[in-house]
Design a protein around this ligand. Structure first.
Ligand SMILES: C[S@@+](CC[C@H](N)C(=O)[O-])C[C@H]1O[C@@H](n2cnc3c(N)ncnc32)[C@H](O)[C@@H]1O
Ligand code: SF4
Length: 395
């Protein structure tokens, strides 16, 4: 096995996309085959696994990890490799599952739907159907601004190819094809779209019980929590572990501007209070996350201070955004980067071991590109105009 290119995901995890196809992992939208039992051993998967074992990176197909690693940041691939026991529940699982054709499915990544009631600024229509109308307007504007219209048009056509208004995993079809192979499952990560838009997640877990033992399963659900009725979590009791991972990104008015638009800071704060209070009763763990980017880089201290009222440090995730490029914190002005650096240093003095601060430091040290800085300003201004929103960053 070549440690520089091997990734456990395509070997021991199954990733399901709402377009009803399989992907290599949760970081990729590339279609690796339809949801059929034989697809997991098809030519695309065997070629990918062979390349990974032989030291060949698929830079395009694995671009999220490739980008992070070439930037000196920690990729999802690195995290999986470093924490086999945590993610697989045992050691030597990776070494025993190196077949290029078929291995034991230990982990499931269910990207449930693209249906969402939010349209967060760094997200897009692949994950949120609510984004689609604004996306079309932004693309028309982008095309009119572009100096090379044929190139921009080609890019837009390619990224639009699979956009449909609403998409959702066909749970019955999925379980029919893969259910009998799930008896050794150790973990499931659920995301979307918004997984709690309706009751399909509860329905899925109910049906899954026929195929595996819930007491062996660690479940993590990433959600905006706006539609989550906390008392319904009663139905998800009985797993080895259940983690409700709520995406917050920023505190106060910036929350509403970045992600809430139809959900206020007071509402989300209240929901987090409820979740915090019911953890013992419904046997789950609350965790909180954000994506570090131009919008929220000066909110970092406030974000951590607010989170720490509800969860311990190890239940806070602050990943660094890698795309779209015009939202990367590295492109901020020097003055803003300096202020962000000061905040980071104060946080580092308080929590020197926190695993996400190294990547933030690398992001702040990276060179800015003035073209993306300009695009951040113009893109955001246009989106504000379309949405009738503004936010005073006080920069
Ligand atoms: C696509 S959302 C789906 C789940 C749910 N709707 C939520 O927001 O938590 C999954 C996670 O991706 C994050 N996310 C959205 N856009 C992103 C981007 N451009 N880069 C990195 N993470 C992003 C969200 O903040 C969220 O934590
Ligand atoms: S709540 Fe999640 S899926 Fe919906 S727009 Fe925001 S990040 Fe995207």
């Amino acid at each position: 096995m070549n440690k520089d290119t091997y990734c456990p995901m395509p070997f021991v995890t199954l990733a399901v996309n709402p377009n009803n196809w399989l992907t290599r992992c949760m970081m990729s939208n590339h279609n690796m085959g339809t949801i059929e039992n034989t697809s997991w051993s098809n030519d695309k998967f065997t070629a990918l696994r062979t390349d990974m074992l032989n030291g060949v990176w698929d830079e395009e197909g694995c671009k999220s990890c490739w980008f992070k690693e070439t930037n000196g940041q920690k990729s999802r691939r690195n995290r999986w490799i470093d924490s086999e026991l945590k993610y697989m529940g045992a050691e030597n699982v990776y070494a025993q599952n190196l077949s290029i054709r078929r291995n034991t499915i230990k982990h499931l990544y269910m990207n449930f739907n693209n249906i969402c009631n939010f349209k967060c600024r760094m997200c897009g229509p692949h994950y949120s159907n609510a984004w689609l109308p604004d996306w079309k307007k932004m693309q028309a504007w982008d095309l009119s601004e572009s100096s090379d219209k044929s190139y921009t048009k080609r890019l837009h056509n390619a990224s639009n190819k699979h956009l449909q208004v609403k998409q959702q995993i066909d749970v019955d079809k999925f379980l029919h094809e893969f259910g009998p192979e799930l008896s050794e499952l150790h973990g499931i990560w659920v995301t979307g779209g918004e997984p709690f838009m309706d009751d399909s997640v509860f329905d899925f877990f109910n049906k899954l019980k026929q195929y595996c033992d819930p007491q062996q399963l660690k479940v993590l659900i990433t959600t905006n929590a706006s539609k989550l009725d906390v008392h319904k979590l009663e139905q998800l009791r009985g797993f080895k572990r259940l983690q409700i991972h709520v995406s917050i990104d920023a505190t106060g008015d910036l929350y509403k501007y970045m992600r809430g638009y139809n959900y206020t800071w007071e509402q989300v704060d209240d929901k987090i209070k409820q979740l915090h209070q019911h953890q013992k009763q419904y046997n789950f763990k609350l965790s909180l996350n954000g994506t570090y980017q131009l919008h929220n880089m000066l909110n970092l201290e406030q974000f951590y201070n607010w989170c720490l009222q509800y969860v311990d440090l190890e239940y806070i995730e602050m990943r660094v955004l890698s795309g779209p490029k015009w939202l990367q914190a590295r492109h901020a002005t020097q003055i803003i980067k300096q202020q962000a650096q000061q905040q980071l240093e104060r946080l580092l003095a308080r929590y020197p071991q926190h695993q996400y601060f190294d990547d933030i430091a690398v992001e702040l040290a990276a060179n800015q590109d003035l073209r993306y800085q300009k695009k951040f300003v113009t893109w955001n201004k246009k989106l504000d105009e379309i949405r009738g929103e503004t936010y005073d960053y006080n920069w």
